[in-house]
Design a protein around this ligand. Structure first.
Ligand code: TMP
Length: 217
């Protein structure tokens, strides 16, 4: 039986998500004196971290098919939910997830074009239907220039204009996907502009989380 709280963070790479995750953890531990569990996807279990290594392996760049990629993220998630998230929620704990199933819908569904109906079914199965109480989505208007500045480990190598253009188009689809997902479930999502000052963002997130904790206690 579920008693705890699950809060997820979502958004494109390099929008400052990890900073806000750290800030919320700090707020909860230092100011609220709570003991939240932090998990990240892919990863946070022994198996999941190995899957993360496969997904981020430079030697495999461009060689993992979209469906295989989705299955790898889902496999990591299945393990994480069974091993950590579900038992912690049952024990009444507060779980903070740096990415959860909305990332698969946005990246593998909207981004790579895998059927959303199929993705939704797999997502529901591997998460044991555990939906976040709150999902914080960081959005960016200038995602093209941001990604140009800092390509990441999980992205294709940007060694020519065509690949770079493909990557920008992909980011655009993922960003639009996240927004569509959030629009469908407005009560679950807190959508914030990642270009706002870090301090402001951290304050807004802390206020919303405090409200949620109060409501549920
Ligand atoms: P991050 O650790 O910086 O958040 O990066 C994880 C990468 O994995 C990021 O590029 C998004 C991607 N990802 C997916 O494509 N699908 C998923 O389901 C998850 C959890 C992550």
């Amino acid at each position: 039986m579920r008693k705890g709280l699950l809060i997820s963070f979502e958004g494109l790479d390099k929008v400052g998500k990890s900073t806000q995750v750290d800030r919320l953890m700090e707020h909860l531990t230092e100011h609220r004196k709570l003991n939240p569990i932090l998990v990240r996807e892919p990863g946070s279990t022994e198996v999941g971290e190995k899957i993360r290594d496969i997904l981020a392996d430079p030697a495999l760049k461009g060689k993992i098919s979209p469906l295989c990629e989705f299955m790898l993220y889902s496999a990591s998630r299945a393990q994480l939910v069974t091993e950590v998230i579900s038992p912690k929620l049952s024990a009444g704990e507060l779980v903070i997830a740096d990415r959860y199933y909305d990332s698969s819908s946005a990246y593998q569904g909207f981004g790579r074009g895998i059927s959303l109906e199929f993705i939704n079914k797999v997502n529901a199965t591997v998460t044991l239907d555990l939906v976040p109480d709150l999902s914080i989505l960081l959005t960016v208007e200038n995602f093209v220039s941001e990604s140009r500045k800092k390509p990441d480990r999980f992205a294709p190598n940007l060694f020519d204009d065509r690949l770079e253009q493909e990557f920008m188009d992909f980011r655009k689809k993922v960003q639009q996907g996240f927004l569509e997902i959030a629009q469908k479930e407005p009560a679950r999502f807190l959508v914030l502009d990642a270009n706002e000052k870090r301090e402001q963002l951290a304050k807004k997130i802390a206020a919303r989380v405090d409200k949620l904790i109060k409501e549920k206690s």
